[in-house]
Design a protein around this ligand. Structure first.
Ligand SMILES: [Zn+2]
Length: 283
């Protein structure tokens, strides 16, 4: 499932073809994905110019000159295919329509953006740009992990008295938005904090240390996505999934990579999701 860095990478890949572009044709091939599409979605998109393409948490937000914003969620398996546009030295002709191509947008400049989602956990919605903070998927989100509102004081206050495990607290989108299982595992491993520890029982100094670590883990993944984007997008025109290497996530049984640690990475299911951690150096 794409997490914040992957969504940010998709945003950066779409920017050159979508921002400032006028949508001349919108094709909507089914009434819904995870939830029903908004009424008359195709008609509301056709003729609109995308004035900005932003990201909030794991949602892409395309502001339109019609006063509406298009929200896009990639879900579990959503992919964006760009065609008809010159990317580096490659020109991708429009591919034949594929199964699961649910929404197709053609821009005035000749680019085509195809949203393909085999499992249909993705979503699209339209909202008034001025009222976007009240949208039901957005209104309860906590601060962006890479923004200024996510800082040491915020996290210390959010953890205070919390009895849930720190892993669960970091996945709580009201405390920090956009963090998912993979990057929480990586950040806790790097911070030397056990995912099982009660959030409220971690010293303020250690909680404070988590903030720059979370930022670093995400920033490094965004940077890796950027470089894979340059190769991958040029080769196929497809945006969505990139191979990253993780230090703790999905490494059950491997030697811990913390210097001087002789432990092995364990896997334990917490709230239905696998935590990967080193019991020797994560306390
Ligand atoms: Zn270790």
């Amino acid at each position: 499932m794409p997490e914040l860095p992957e969504v940010e990478t998709v945003r950066r890949g779409l920017l050159p073809v979508l921002e400032g572009a006028r949508i001349v044709r919108a094709e909507v091939n089914r009434p819904d994905l995870r939830w029903p599409f908004p009424e008359n979605m195709a008609a509301r998109l056709e003729g609109a110019t995308v004035t900005a393409l932003r990201r909030r948490s794991k949602y892409l937000l395309a502001d339109l000159d019609t006063g509406e914003t298009l929200l896009i969620h990639l879900g579990m398996s959503g992919r964006m295919q760009i065609s008809g546009d010159v990317i580096g030295s490659f020109h991708h002709d429009h591919p034949a329509a594929q199964k699961h191509d649910h929404v197709v947008l053609d821009t005035e400049g000749g680019a085509r953006i195809t949203f393909n989602d085999a499992r249909r956990f993705g979503a699209m919605d339209l909202m008034e740009t001025a009222a976007q903070d009240q949208h039901w998927l957005i209104r309860d989100l906590g601060p962006e992990p890479l923004g200024n509102a996510f800082n040491e004081a915020h996290l210390i206050a959010a953890f205070k008295g919390k009895r849930s495990p720190v892993k669960t607290a970091l996945l709580d989108q009201r405390i920090v938005s956009g963090l998912g299982n993979i990057y929480v595992c990586e950040a806790l491993w790097r911070a030397g904090i056990s995912p099982l520890r009660q959030a409220g029982r971690i010293s303020a100094a250690r909680v404070a240390k988590l903030v720059p670590i979370i930022r670093d883990v995400l920033s490094e993944a965004i940077e890796a996505g950027g470089s894979s984007l340059r190769d991958h997008r040029q080769a196929s025109g497809e945006l969505g999934y990139f191979q990253h290497t993780f230090r703790a996530y999905d490494r059950e049984g491997s030697p811990c990579q913390t210097p001087d640690c002789t432990g092995k990475i364990h896997r334990k299911v917490q709230s239905g999701r696998s935590s990967f951690y080193c019991p020797a150096c994560q306390r």
